[in-house]
Design a protein around this ligand. Structure first.
Ligand SMILES: Cc1ncc(COP(=O)(O)O)c(C=O)c1O
Length: 362
């Protein structure tokens, strides 16, 4: 059976070779006579899975030894509260860039623990852009500065880092929807997190990259499960970890390395998104949402002239094998998510469908 073009924002497309490999390993991994789902998280097979996943993760992102690689649970949503819970002291301030729903949620959670200062934001224009450096106003002594590198719902992406944080504050980055889609200099961050279900594998496993000295700055005693120091000491397996998620992330890292690493991911992703943006720009019929300079290479958001036509577009695209193009319920319109594993042929198919739909309804 042929696979559809899946534009889902997450869980999203997993590389086909990874799925094929997983199909075999589900039955029997490493010739052990036991499938990957059935091995103990303390056994030597899982030791190997975990060690390879970490090593390959480090190889993909050139992550230095001074950073811990953690595979945690609870989705990126848990990181949104776990970070301030761990690092924002009573009476302390953390700065946030307010660029979309995930930032809104993270700010809401952080207010439980300290003061949240908005460094800059784009709420006034429905989060259609990334703030200019000239708009950024950091607070005097933030503990950290948090931003979302790619705003999944709105289709905007930072194509540079925000201005350097003041004092000894460090960047926290929610990179859930563009992690490993392009080269990254991890040393610019104190803490970075990404839910797995877009570029790294299945939902339920979160990748955390944290600088060791940041771990020492934890300001509260937390339950062991939520204590990053405990998770680091216990190699992310304080309890039974999501073994299959870690396995699939590991396979995805191997796939990225085999495809040429992050430079290859970047050039592919830029080429794919250009095909669709060019098609949108060539038409007076569609209205893309994000400001041109801040357009995401991962999630492309756009509208037809009316909500009725949007609904028609989604329905007809689905019939044509272009699946999951409906925009997020808070935004409406269409969203085409094209993560690392999404094929170029899918971008080309969407570009021709855009022209075809316009010729029939424009
Ligand atoms: C940028 C970003 N942050 C956070 C989340 C929340 O992730 P999760 O559902 O894994 O908790 C998402 C999910 O789509 C996201 O795109």
């Amino acid at each position: 059976m042929t696979r559809a073009f899946n534009f889902s924002a997450g869980p999203g497309v997993i590389p086909e070779p990874v799925l094929e490999r997983a199909r075999e390993d589900l039955w029997d991994i490493f010739g052990s006579g036991i499938g990957v789902l059935e091995h103990s998280h303390r056994g030597k097979e899982f030791d190997r899975i975990l060690a390879e996943a970490e090593a390959d993760c480090r190889a993909v992102g050139s992550i230095p030894d001074s950073y811990k690689v953690l595979f945690l649970q609870g989705g990126a949503t848990t990181q949104a509260y776990q970070v301030p819970m761990a690092f924002l002291p009573d009476g302390g301030t953390a700065d946030y860039f307010h660029t979309g729903k995930w930032a809104t949620e993270a700010m809401h959670e952080a207010r439980r623990y300290g003061t949240v200062h908005t460094a800059a934001g784009s709420e006034a224009t429905r989060f259609d852009r990334i703030p200019e450096d000239s708009e950024v106003r950091y607070s005097e002594r933030p503990v950290y500065v948090q931003y979302t590198s790619n705003n999944t719902l709105m289709g905007t992406q930072w194509h540079r880092l925000p201005p350097a944080p003041p004092g000894d504050a460090w960047f926290v980055c929610d990179a859930s929807s563009d992690i490993y889609s392009r080269p990254i200099d991890v040393t610019r961050f104190g803490f970075l997190y990404a839910g797995g279900q877009k570029n790294l594998g299945p939902a339920g496993t979160v990748l955390v990259l944290v600088r060791e000295d940041v771990l020492d700055r934890q300001v509260r005693e937390l339950p062991w499960m939520l204590d990053y120091r405990v998770q680091a000491q216990r190699e992310s397996r304080f309890n039974t970890p999501p073994t299959f998620g870690i396995y699939l992330m590991g396979q995805t890292f191997k796939w990225i390395l085999g495809e040429g690493g992050l430079e290859a991911m970047r050039s592919r992703n830029e080429a794919k998104s250009k095909i669709v943006y060019d098609a949108l720009d060539a038409s007076g019929f569609y209205r893309p949402h994000a400001r041109v300079e801040d357009r995401s290479h991962m999630n492309i958001t756009f509208f037809t002239p009316s909500p009725e036509l949007d609904a028609r577009f989604i329905e007809e695209a689905d019939e044509a094998g272009l699946k999951n193009l409906k925009g997020h319920r808070e935004v409406g319109g269409m969203r085409a998510s094209m993560y690392n594993a999404f094929p170029r042929a899918g971008a080309e198919a969407l570009a021709s469908f855009l022209a075809d739909f316009e010729s029939r309804h424009g």
